[in-house]
Design a protein around this ligand. Structure first.
Ligand SMILES: *Cc1c(COP(=O)(O)O)cnc(C)c1O
Length: 374
């Protein structure tokens, strides 16, 4: 059994993907080609943003936005601790200071009350200037933007939505990748919308920032080729990756998103009486990058994972350690119990196989096994 079945997906979309890749090779239009522009137009329309700027990966996407906002030394950026490394790494790369915020154990997303407290503490201390928040749409569910947007407005903080795992999510009618001042996503193969290598995208409604981002992605280019007006970098999406993403994007909205939501509902109906199943906020939709259950304690979690493995069922601990306790961020000085919900999650979470091609029989058999062990 696959944790995320990219092989079946490829078999379903093989004709279109192969034809698209062949076309790129035939036309030798490998970098920033026609397909890349086509994909950006479709992505922007799909999420309801004016502009989409594709780039090399989700981490670059995060860093480029912060760079355009001028985030740097002396600035405070608020991030959840329960997330992938990139969310906070980019803050440190720009020599700003990441402030780690605890999560809500129900949604695994940043807790708005803890966010308020963290902002107040930084203000009271006066050492760093609060500048931005990076809410993460963890495991596919949009962060609690209903609560976060007013907090950002009150403190005049920018919001960068990290939707690396969130593409396809919704809050009522509004799509993930359209919340806050700018959003990013990742096309890493295992994300809800993945390509066949690395890839990423930035979404914004701000035309001036769009122009700056496009320039930064291509060595700070000006109007003419070989005219460089600022220090940039090389961060582009390959045309072959765009050729993979175009048919996948259509399949994603045509049936994959519904299929994966069906899988999640079935898991929940089967498991809700034996473990804490993931909850989605009212009027929110998840794209189920992960289906993550919460066990009673570390012992139960580790045991469950071992038994599943013995029965050939893969499961993964996302994440075993909060960023506030990673060695890379030791310089930020977070002690034991500083973010209790994050620390509890790290001990108790387990992500089960989930993808649009998981059958009802497979879900029921995984659930039956879990019920049996517990
Ligand atoms: C995967 C991921 C990223 C980084 O994306 P890459 O394309 O791998 O650089 C950033 N944030 C979160 C929450 C992620 O899961």
């Amino acid at each position: 059994m696959e944790f995320r079945d990219l092989k079946t997906q490829y078999q379903n979309l093989k004709d279109e993907i192969d034809a698209g890749i062949a076309e790129v090779i035939r036309s030798a239009d490998f970098i920033s080609g026609k397909k890349v522009r086509e994909l950006e137009t479709e992505l922007a329309a799909a999420v309801g943003r004016k502009f989409c700027i594709s780039c090399a990966n989700g981490t670059d996407a995060l860093e480029l936005v912060l760079r355009v906002w001028g985030i740097g030394k002396g600035d405070a950026v608020f991030v959840p601790s329960f997330t992938f490394m990139s969310t906070a790494e980019v803050v440190s790369l720009l020599e700003a200071r990441p402030f780690f915020v605890d999560i809500n154990l129900k949604t695994f997303n940043i807790d708005p009350n803890c966010l308020k407290k963290a902002i107040a503490e930084v203000q009271a201390e006066g050492k760093y200037t609060p500048k931005a928040i990076i809410p993460v749409d963890l495991f596919g569910q949009p962060a609690d933007f209903d609560a976060i947007l007013p907090i950002a407005a009150e403190h005049e903080l920018k919001i960068l939505e990290d939707a690396a795992q969130g593409f396809g999510g919704l809050i009522r009618e509004q799509a993930a990748c359209s919340f806050g001042d700018a959003s990013i996503t990742s096309f890493f193969p295992a994300k809800p919308l993945g390509c066949y290598g690395d890839g990423g995208a930035i979404f914004t409604d701000n035309e001036e920032e769009m122009r700056l981002l496009r320039s930064l992605c291509v060595h700070g280019k000006g109007r003419e080729k070989y005219e460089n007006i600022r220090i940039g970098r090389n961060s582009r999406l390959d045309s072959i990756q765009a050729a993979v993403l175009l048919p996948k994007l259509r399949a994603f909205f045509q049936y994959e998103l519904d299929a994966v939501n069906h899988v999640a509902e079935l898991y929940t109906s089967q498991l809700k009486d034996v473990v804490r199943t993931p909850s989605v906020q009212k009027s929110y939709r998840s794209s189920w990058a992960q289906y993550t259950i919460l066990c009673n304690d570390r012992g139960q979690r580790d045991n469950l994972q071992k038994k599943l493995k013995g029965d050939g069922i893969p499961s993964v601990v996302y994440y075993p350690c909060g960023l506030h306790h990673q060695r890379a961020f030791a310089y930020c000085g977070y002690g034991e119990n500083s973010l209790p919900a994050t620390e509890a999650a790290c001990e108790r979470v387990l992500s089960l196989p989930i993808h649009p091609y998981l059958t009802d029989d497979e879900v029921c058999s995984i659930a039956a096994k879990i019920k049996g062990y517990l």
